[in-house]
Ligand binder design. Structure first.
Ligand SMILES: *[C@@H]1O[C@H](CO)[C@@H](O)[C@H](O)[C@H]1NC(C)=O
Ligand SMILES: *[C@@H]1O[C@H](CO)[C@@H](O)[C@H](O)[C@H]1NC(C)=O
Ligand SMILES: *[C@@H]1O[C@H](CO)[C@@H](O)[C@H](O)[C@H]1NC(C)=O
Ligand SMILES: *[C@@H]1O[C@H](CO)[C@@H](O)[C@H](O)[C@H]1NC(C)=O
Ligand SMILES: *[C@@H]1O[C@H](CO)[C@@H](O)[C@H](O)[C@H]1NC(C)=O
Ligand SMILES: *[C@@H]1O[C@H](CO)[C@@H](O)[C@H](O)[C@H]1NC(C)=O
Ligand SMILES: *[C@@H]1O[C@H](CO)[C@@H](O)[C@H](O)[C@H]1NC(C)=O
Ligand SMILES: *[C@@H]1O[C@H](CO)[C@@H](O)[C@H](O)[C@H]1NC(C)=O
Ligand SMILES: *[C@@H]1O[C@H](CO)[C@@H](O)[C@H](O)[C@H]1NC(C)=O
Length: 389
């Protein structure tokens, strides 16, 4: 630290001789370089001495020197007056506090005092340099689940106040492990760790801008949504949608029916569904980190009776008094439980149930019903021979 003496040199020389044994002129600062956090309060610790035989008239801090002009007292500057507090005294302590510092406060500051003796004025050059920093979170733009991540809270200068750093995720304070004072270590990053990170200093109001940590991961869950939901009837248009939770979003989807690849794309559409489409479907979603299969969904396609046929148990030719049983069989979903029997060219049914006992000659056909429709069989002929006495 060097001291420059403000008064003209000859006078200084005289003063120095005169006071050689009764003290010396000096101002000393315990931190000549201060790095302070934005909006914090800065203490500039300062002591001064002067020879005996002088009385201190005025003590003040200033930030500039213009040759031949008395430097401005910062406590009278509207930029500073509200924020500057002199904590010292008129003997030896010249400490001040400057609060709510901003980048505009980055100057040299020095202490000056005047005495009752004309030209007995001193200034502590070169003074204290103040640097004001903000905080910036340094984090990788994106990380993959399981990686180890280190976030750093950066300041542009080494903070004079060695306060503890605190971290926030989405504005919530964190208790995760610290690695060195200004670093946050996420040992095995989880997708819940994604979020907006900011840092601050303990007991300081300033909080850094938030930085988004993007955690990528393979598809976690893949599932199939069937549209429309509910019963599917032959002829309907059906859409299967594959959804998954992944980051980045999966863009590659494959479809499988009963284990066999049937298509790709997020949406699998069947425009006129038939019973052949019944079966178990799965989809697989893939992103650059991995893939995941969905659970199987079963498509059970409903359809009205088809391939209906009537079979005759035994012979179609019987003698009067006997009967012949006609049995109706059909393919339908759900299975037909309702059957009607008709004699050709008669409008009203002659029987119901899956089988029918014919007692007379005629051509008979069956009709099978389920909730989706009905179908009639071809007619079968039954002949009853009369018994002649
Ligand atoms: C300055 O003050 C000191 C102490 O009060 C006194 O001894 C001295 O005579 C004063 N000097 C002048 C020039 O007034
Ligand atoms: C001292 O502070 C005032 C007010 O902020 C400013 O206008 C001036 O430029 C500063 N002087 C120097 C030398 O930095
Ligand atoms: C100067 O005054 C401040 C504020 O009262 C105090 O904290 C500091 O310890 C003092 N310094 C010395 C060297 O006495
Ligand atoms: C600055 O600090 C004060 C309290 O000391 C606080 O009320 C204010 O919100 C802070 N401003 C900023 C921009 O952080
Ligand atoms: C995270 O990164 C992935 C991969 O680049 C990107 O697709 C996704 O949009 C990012 N998420 C956010 C919230 O920025
Ligand atoms: C989608 O995945 C299949 C195999 O799962 C692969 O052959 C194909 O190249 C992938 N397509 C894209 C666009 O990634
Ligand atoms: C067919 O007829 C035989 C002999 O009368 C009888 O045992 C059998 O149960 C009948 N079948 C059906 C399906 O009615
Ligand atoms: C059987 O189907 C006929 C014709 O659709 C209907 O009138 C009748 O109510 C149905 N019976 C039963 C028990 O479902
Ligand atoms: C039943 O009617 C059809 C025409 O609807 C006719 O061709 C057929 O001969 C008739 N059968 C009997 C057994 O009357």
């Amino acid at each position: 630290m060097s001291i420059r003496i403000a008064p003209p040199l000859p006078l200084i020389f005289l003063l120095m001789i005169h006071n050689a044994f009764s003290g010396y002129w000096a101002v000393s600062y315990s931190h000549p370089h201060i790095c302070a956090l934005k909006n914090s309060s800065v203490i500039m610790s300062c002591t001064y001495t002067y020879p005996t035989g002088y009385q201190i008239m005025k003590t003040f801090w200033t930030n500039g020197s213009v040759k031949g002009v008395e430097p401005p007292d910062l406590s009278e500057d509207p930029e500073y007056s509200q924020r500057l507090q002199y904590l010292g005294d008129k003997q030896q302590n010249c400490t001040i506090r400057l609060s709510h510092v901003t980048q505009k406060d980055e100057h040299m500051y020095y202490f000056r005092f005047t005495t009752n003796v004309t030209d007995g004025k001193w200034a502590g050059y070169p003074g204290v340099s103040l640097t004001v920093t903000d905080l910036q979170v340094e984090a990788p733009e994106r990380v993959t689940e399981g990686d180890s991540v280190r976030l750093t809270c950066k300041s542009s200068c080494t903070l004079t106040d060695r306060a503890t750093f605190i971290w926030y995720r989405n504005s919530q304070p964190l208790t995760e492990r610290r690695d060195r004072n200004n670093q946050l270590l996420l040992q095995s990053v989880r997708r819940e760790d994604a979020g907006r990170y900011s840092c601050a200093l303990h007991e300081h109001t300033y909080i850094s801008p938030a930085v988004y940590l993007n955690v990528t991961y393979p598809p976690k869950e893949t599932f199939v949504v069937v549209s429309p939901s509910g019963e599917i009837v032959e002829g309907d248009s059906v859409t299967l949608i594959c959804s998954s939770i992944s980051n980045p979003p999966a863009l590659n989807f494959s479809w499988f029916k009963g284990g066999k690849f049937v298509g790709s794309g997020r949406i699998f559409s069947i425009s006129k569904i038939s019973s052949d489409h019944s079966g178990e479907y799965k989809c697989k979603s893939t992103n650059e980190h991995g893939e995941k299969y969905s659970d199987a969904v079963t498509l059970n396609i409903m359809y009205p009776p088809k391939s209906i046929s009537v079979s005759i148990n035994g012979s179609a030719e019987i003698v009067e008094g006997d009967s012949v049983t006609l049995i109706c069989s059909s393919d339908s979903n759900p299975p037909a439980l309702n059957f009607s029997w008709f004699k050709e060219n008669q409008s009203s049914a002659v029987g119901s149930g899956q089988s029918f006992s014919a007692l007379q000659s005629g051509r008979f056909y069956g009709e099978a019903h389920n909730q989706h429709g009905s179908q009639r069989s071809d007619a079968v002929a039954v002949t009853v021979h009369g018994v002649y006495h």
